[in-house]
Design a protein around this ligand. Structure first.
Ligand SMILES: [Zn+2]
Length: 503
């Protein structure tokens, strides 16, 4: 993804940098897709350089989405008043029934939304059933690459279904309805791990643009043997690991019951946690868990939009940061936040921190949240050497916001307005690796009208095919809800025999 052969000199823009929160007029020289220099207006440039006038533009590093799921770009607006558990229960129809061709299409759909909203890189956790395929992940990566966006692509892995993962849940369902969930099966962990090994070994794309990782999706959904298999694969291939960690109170309770320790302590005992580990959500973590994550150099992807939508709780981001954990910002999936908008998500992260304390000194500032959505997220992706800031040596992943838009009029404090007023409408130009992929607010790498038609067609086809499964799961939903709400409220306890095996 090198930029044009000619260097580019961007003149006259107001440059906002996450490292120190400064906003200043500066010129940026881009060469070979990288930021070569940032300097005061009038910065000398090679004679052959293409001049890009950035007058009335706020230039920021591309936002980085630390947690999303491209396969659910098809599922906007489907989720009802669902907790995480009801969202997972309904997953087989909201996100199921897809085909290989959907991988590229939905990666393009995700990339289209994110690029238009100023995001230039993401961590994408992709579900293929009954097992991930290398080809599906390669196609997902191609969808992002062709859109001109960076991505880390991680197949979602599990050897227990949702109904098997929550102790006691399956047996709490009426016997006559159990065949619905018993009929939903996953490939064996050996099949999944062999597929992942081949994906990692045969990855066909430039890893500075799109790279593979692994996503054992939720601790309780993977046996210990599956976890350690993923750990060994990631180690051998230098890949990242990304998992949903203590996203709901029910997961935290079920983890304590199954492992006799917290989910975090359990993963740590398996040797999973390290610099290459990103924990999504992390709402139900205590101080000891945060200390473990900090000690291991792990990151957290904070997803406030999804946490609100699912009523999952409030992640204590100030405590995470105080403990020394790097925190990035994610949108999560369109099935549980309905959008992949990092501007919206930054604002929610700021607001949410205000509900946890009466002392404004404890609240997250716009500068802190902007830093989390750029440098923090880039670290979560393992792309800190490429993305997340504006400084020489990093890739020229830049977003130009139109300062004449209503969100910046009048212009009082660009950084505050960027976080508190902007929602994406001011995005004028997006550059990834020095290549312009959005110009005048329009995608130039994707035929959006053709994409839109295909997405609407596929959404209708998939919904029609999934209708019987939707009805069968709807019949079970009251029982799942009753069991899980009881667990969360403390009116029901999980009982597990001492000799439970987790192999
Ligand atoms: Zn997620």
């Amino acid at each position: 993804m090198s930029g044009s052969v000619r260097p580019i000199i961007i003149r006259g823009g107001l440059v906002v940098r996450p490292a120190d929160g400064t906003v200043a007029l500066a010129d940026i020289l881009v060469a070979d897709g990288l930021i070569a220099e940032v300097g005061a207006p009038g910065l000398p440039a090679p004679e052959e350089a293409e001049v890009l006038d950035a007058t009335d533009r706020l230039i920021m590093p591309g936002l980085v989405n630390a947690h999303t799921h491209s396969h659910l770009a098809i599922a906007k607006g489907l989720s009802r008043s669902w907790t995480l558990e009801l969202h997972l229960h309904n997953g087989p129809w909201t996100g199921g029934g897809q085909r290989f061709e959907d991988r590229y299409l939905l990666a393009q759909a995700s990339a289209a939304e994110m690029l238009l909203k100023g995001c230039t890189a993401c961590y994408d956790l992709v579900l293929e059933l009954p097992a991930p395929t290398p080809e599906g992940m390669f196609a997902t990566a191609a969808g992002f690459k062709d859109a001109g966006m960076r991505a880390v692509i991680a197949p979602m892995l599990a050897d227990r279904t949702f109904w098997q993962a929550i102790p006691g849940l399956r047996d709490a369902l009426p016997p006559e309805l159990r065949p619905t969930v018993d009929g939903i099966t996953l490939a064996s962990r050996d099949v999944a791990l062999i597929a992942c090994e081949r994906m990692l070994a045969e990855w066909p794309h430039d890893r500075s643009i799109v790279r593979p990782a692994l996503a054992p999706t939720i601790p309780l959904h993977c046996s210990d043997a599956f976890w350690t298999g993923c750990r060994d694969l990631a180690e051998r291939h230098g890949a990242g690991i990304h998992a949903h960690l203590a996203e709901s109170k029910i997961q935290a309770i079920a983890g304590e019951a199954r492992y006799r320790k917290s989910l975090t302590a359990h993963l740590d005992s398996l040797g999973i946690l390290g610099h290459n580990f990103t924990a999504a959500h992390g709402i139900w973590l205590d101080g000891a868990d945060l200390d473990i994550l900090a000690r291991r150099g792990a990151c957290v992807a904070h997803n406030p939009s999804s946490n609100f939508r699912l009523g999952s709780g409030i992640a204590n981001v100030p405590a995470m940061r105080a403990a020394g954990v790097t925190v990035g910002i994610g949108s999560d999936a369109c099935s549980c936040s309905d959008h992949q908008n990092l501007f919206e998500t930054m604002r929610l992260a700021c607001y949410l921190s205000r509900t946890a304390s009466f002392d404004p000194d404890d609240w997250l500032t716009p500068r802190e949240v902007f830093e989390m959505a750029t440098r923090g997220s880039a670290r979560a992706l393992g792309m800190q050497d490429i993305a997340g800031d504006i400084r020489p040596g990093l890739a020229a992943d830049l977003v130009f916001l139109d300062l004449t838009s209503v969100n910046f009029t009048p212009l009082n404090d660009p950084l505050y307005q960027l976080v508190f007023a902007e929602e994406g409408r001011s995005v004028d130009r997006v550059m990834v690796g020095g290549r312009t992929v959005v110009e005048k607010g329009k995608l130039i790498t994707i035929d959006y009208d053709a994409l839109r038609r295909k997405l609407n067609d596929r959404a209708r086809e998939i919904q029609a095919a999934n209708a019987p499964r939707k009805a069968a799961l709807a019949a079970l939903e009251p029982f799942v809800k009753h069991y899980c709400v009881g667990l969360a409220q403390g009116s029901r306890q999980i009982e597990i025999a001492e000799d439970i095996s987790d192999a």
